[in-house]
Design a protein around this ligand. Structure first.
Ligand code: AMP
Ligand code: ZN
Length: 112
């Protein structure tokens, strides 16, 4: 499958690793929208949040376990935001489910 984030998780395309375990890979976003901005993905391909189901949702739980670990690892003590963009209207540009972890600035709400 020709998937950018599958290739990044497999090490076929270089990335700046932030965190990795058996199920999850996290790396710095190439176009950061905050002083700290990483992308967290399950290593297994899921195309988007609309494809989460009872057979793959444990992988999404692993992603959120990684969120808490990365927050501790990076000392994001003032807080952070986790964002998932899904589909065309959601602004998803890469068809492998991913979660943006943004931190180290005050993040506006609502996001617009
Ligand atoms: P989204 O718009 O939610 O699909 O987010 C895709 C994100 O992937 C964007 O924030 C891009 O900057 C980021 N991105 C695209 N290609 C790469 C890459 N090769 N390495 C790191 N981040 C990337
Ligand atoms: Zn993929």
């Amino acid at each position: 499958m020709d998937c950018l984030f599958c290739k990044i998780a497999a090490g076929e395309i270089p990335s700046s690793k932030v965190y990795e375990d058996e199920f999850v890979y996290a790396f710095l976003d190439i176009d950061p929208q905050a002083p700290f901005h990483c992308i967290i993905i399950p290593k297994e391909h899921i195309s988007g949040a609309d494809m989460i189901n009872e057979s793959n949702s444990t992988l999404i739980a692993k992603v959120f376990e990684a969120v808490a670990k990365i927050a501790k690892q990076e000392n994001l003590c003032k807080g952070f935001r986790v964002v998932n963009n899904c589909g065309e209207d959601g602004g998803q540009t890469v068809g492998h489910i991913h979660f943006h972890l943004l931190a180290r600035r005050n993040l506006a709400w609502p996001p617009g």
